[in-house]
Design a protein around this ligand. Structure first.
Ligand SMILES: [Zn+2]
Ligand SMILES: [Zn+2]
Length: 158
């Protein structure tokens, strides 16, 4: 866990640190990510929530609407509203960190492009990029190391 990444909201009130590299990074082209980001896609680094260390400020949680109706709490700066990370499906133990809010976040490149069925036509993926119309089979895409981290991070079913 030698590599860390710091990030923060646009007004600077909330600062945080990722204690390691993420397990995997998605570039999501779904219509919800487009609307919520006001852009063409969202880049989300998936990391264990206990590896997201709050350095400053008190972020607030809001519930984002989803097509599926599943919960999707997002963690934002209460002052400037920047979304910092969210918990898809309400799974609080996994944080989807918005890579664009990291300092020099472009050091984390997407491993996989998802929901390309709604990709903006002018977004051209790099040659050879791993891309899926909707989603993918986790066992086929995640590295063995990432799968081991995921298993260690998944709470036991009650
Ligand atoms: Zn802020
Ligand atoms: Zn999305």
């Amino acid at each position: 866990m030698s590599q860390t990444f710091d990030g923060g909201c646009s007004c600077g009130a909330v600062r945080y640190r990722l204690a390691s590299a993420p397990m995997i990074t998605h570039c999501c082209h779904c219509s919800e990510c487009q609307r919520q980001s006001g852009s063409a896609f969202a880049v989300n680094a998936l990391i264990e929530s206990d590896r997201v260390e709050l350095l400053a400020g008190t972020p607030v949680g809001v519930n984002l609407p989803t097509e599926s109706g599943d919960p999707h709490p997002a963690i934002r700066c209460g002052a400037c509203g920047t979304t910092l990370w969210s918990h898809y499906g309400g799974r609080r133990h996994v944080s989807f960190v918005r890579v664009g809010a990291l300092d020099g976040g472009h050091g984390i490149a997407p491993d996989v492009h998802i929901f390309t069925r709604s990709k903006a036509p002018w977004v051209v993926l790099p040659p050879g990029a791993l891309a899926f119309e909707i989603y993918y089979d986790m066992a086929a895409v995640w590295s063995a190391e990432a799968m081991a981290r995921r298993a260690a991070n998944t709470p036991a079913q009650a």
